[in-house]
Design a protein around this ligand. Sequence first.
Ligand SMILES: [Zn+2]
Length: 75
Amino acid sequence: MPTSPVADGVTFQPNLYYATTQRDNNPDCDNYNKVFEAAEFYSNDGVHVVIYCGRCGQLMEILTAALLDPQPEVM
Ligand SMILES: [Zn+2]
């Protein structure tokens, strides 16, 4: 299973939602070095966290992650 690179100091607990920022590190992509935000990012098992670039399809590096409090309600 692919896993996004994660910046130093960023950790995830399993099965929780986070607000994250992530950066595209692919120099061939129009999004190179741009930082994006995700308002509700799910941590899966806390290890295999995955955010793809919508343009080049490569994994983006997760720069920051803030645990959502309260957690969003999931139907
Ligand atoms: Zn990209």
